[in-house]
Design a protein around this ligand. Sequence first.
Ligand SMILES: NC(=O)c1ccc[n+]([C@@H]2O[C@H](COP(=O)([O-])OP(=O)(O)OC[C@H]3O[C@@H](n4cnc5c(N)ncnc54)[C@H](OP(=O)(O)O)[C@@H]3O)[C@@H](O)[C@H]2O)c1
Length: 298
Amino acid sequence: MSDGIAVLVPGGAGQLGRELAALAGDGVLVRAPGCATLDLTQAGAVVEAVTALVDEARAAGLAPVVVNAAAYTAVDDAETHRARAFAVNADGPRVLAAACSSRGVPLIHVSTDYVFPGDGTRPYEVDDPVGPRSVYGQTKLAGEEAVLGSGARAWVVRTAWVYGAFGRNFVRTMIRLAGSDDPVSVVDDQRGSPTWTADLARGLLELARRVSTGAAPDTRLLHCTGTGETTWYGLARAVFEELGADPSRVRPCTTDEFPRPAPRPAYSVLSNKTWQAAGLTPLPDWRSALATAFPSLV
Ligand SMILES: NC(=O)c1ccc[n+]([C@@H]2O[C@H](COP(=O)([O-])OP(=O)(O)OC[C@H]3O[C@@H](n4cnc5c(N)ncnc54)[C@H](OP(=O)(O)O)[C@@H]3O)[C@@H](O)[C@H]2O)c1
């Protein structure tokens, strides 16, 4: 077998999934089915997909690995569509992990800062107490527990504030709003680490190679975000700067001024210490990542 890997990416049509698919090549074969082709709530389809991955990898002399980018990510809708959110974010990963376990395929599962209560004052370590305040966060925590308790060789990677060229995200919304002359009010009392999908996808593939070559991190729970931190207001200003628009058009406001169905964590910064201790490459500083990403976003 070569050092190459064959990666199955459930959620292949999402913003992270499409970025992972774009990294195919150079010893990396990627199969990234969208929800219509591989629905994690359909156990039979999950088992078939993992089996097909193993067969294809074996034929190509590659090591099979699953990177789960599928999720129910509509944070506000999850408050009222609880059962569906649990089915996708908890039951789906449980079935996926069982299929991986029975075929001996390592699994990397993506999770979120929303598992934390968000009242911290320093970056959250992987073993800090969790306490999700939203249904979405509860479902993602249940997914983590299902994966880590499955008996599969599995790693959970929590990330945060994800944006990229594909799909809907905060940065693309700000780019759109900058196009009008109106001022834009953005919350300045939530802190986090913006994470570019391309950086995250490269990090996940680095981890995938590591777990496939016997150099897997001992720690099964990792954090992987852009380096540094800001507020949504700070990120919005940076977007305006990149566009050459006047950043003073972005006005700071408070979370209370924008009530949403699901509570947002005020403090979402994740410590990437465990990621670095495992010898994995730290993601670039969020501000320089935004500058690098920008041509692909506009
Ligand atoms: N976006 C963020 O800011 C953020 C922050 C922290 C962590 N994360 C985590 O990062 C991962 C990737 O998120 P993302 O931003 O790429 O989200 P995304 O763009 O919403 O992608 C998720 C994908 O999962 C698919 N999906 C939904 N239900 C499914 C099912 N039953 N079976 C298979 N696929 C299903 C969705 O398809 P449909 O669109 O057709 O439903 C969508 O294409 C998720 O685990 C998320 O929780 C994201």
